[in-house]
Design a protein around this ligand. Structure first.
Ligand code: AP5
Ligand code: MG
Ligand code: ZN
Length: 219
């Protein structure tokens, strides 16, 4: 099963992707997480990407697309994968499609997690993330059992550099301009399903799993 999680910054792609990955035993491929790992270890790619990420802008397609293609070709993706944060514009979607076609694969479903703007800002401004495994928490809505420590792996949790108010606004704008057209792109292929992203994390997971069980309107 090859799945895409679509949704605005803060919609819950990372949160849901993690659980889905554990449930279906297929990797979650978060371009944001891969880029942040590169920023942290100061690779050439990371140094370049940071300039864009700090502004809330998209990192150039060339960089991100190669990163994802390399990742999808790895052995652990043979039974499927969950893309979180990719594709993010029509060009990335087109390259993904042609790459998968060459590999004899395809996207089975694109799930959009729907959350209103005011709630997105609330979620992003209170978010904390695990430095090691990338699990997402929230200072009010989704607190870890031990303050400052990840429930899943025990590592330190921190606030992302791009979760500042001005950067959040920029990211939401980029989402509306660049990423929103993907709803129509996948909708036109009969591959899009939208899920209400308001409610408990578990309820949303269940709704996504129900949508996966029903499959796309193509299958
Ligand atoms: P990326 O890391 O992908 O960030 P994003 O798209 O802005 O999305 P987020 O990770 O902020 O949100 P999320 O949907 O994962 O929400 P989460 O589950 O954490 O990208 C970062 C940057 O990298 C980009 O700006 C860009 O520069 C670059 N980049 C990445 N991919 C790229 C690409 N393909 N092309 C070019 N550039 C790229 O949840 C958010 C918060 O809400 C958490 O606190 C969580 O605990 C809480 N929460 C989750 N669910 C619920 C719920 N049901 N109720 C209440 N709270 C909840
Ligand atoms: Mg995320
Ligand atoms: Zn962790």
């Amino acid at each position: 099963m090859n799945l895409i999680l679509l949704g605005a910054p803060g919609a819950g792609k990372g949160t849901q992707g993690k659980t889905l990955s554990e449930t279906y035993k297929i990797p979650q491929i978060s371009t944001g997480d891969i880029l942040r790992a590169n920023v942290r270890s100061k690779t050439q790619l990371g140094v370049k990407a940071k300039e864009f990420m700090d502004k809330g802008a998209l990192v150039p397609d060339g960089v991100v697309v190669n990163m994802v293609v390399d990742r999808i070709r790895q052995d652990d993706c043979v039974n499927g994968f969950i893309l979180d944060g990719f594709p993010r514009n029509l060009n990335q979607a087109a390259v993904l499609e042609s790459t998968l076609r060459e590999m004899g694969k395809k996207i089975d479903l694109a799930i959009g997690i729907d959350v209103e703007r005011k709630e997105l800002v609330r979620r992003l401004s209170g978010r904390r993330v695990c430095r090691k495994c990338g699990a997402s928490y929230h200072v009010i809505f989704n607190t870890p059992v031990n303050i400052g420590m990840c429930d899943k792996c025990g590592s330190e949790i921190y606030q992302r550099d791009d979760d500042k108010e001005e950067t959040i606004e920029a990211r939401l704008k980029v989402y509306e301009q660049e990423t929103l057209p993907l709803i129509e792109y996948y909708g036109g292929k009969g591959l899009y399903k939208s899920i209400d992203g308001i409610g408990s994390v578990d309820k949303i997971t269940k709704d996504i799993m129900d949508a996966i069980a029903k499959g796309s309107s193509n299958s």
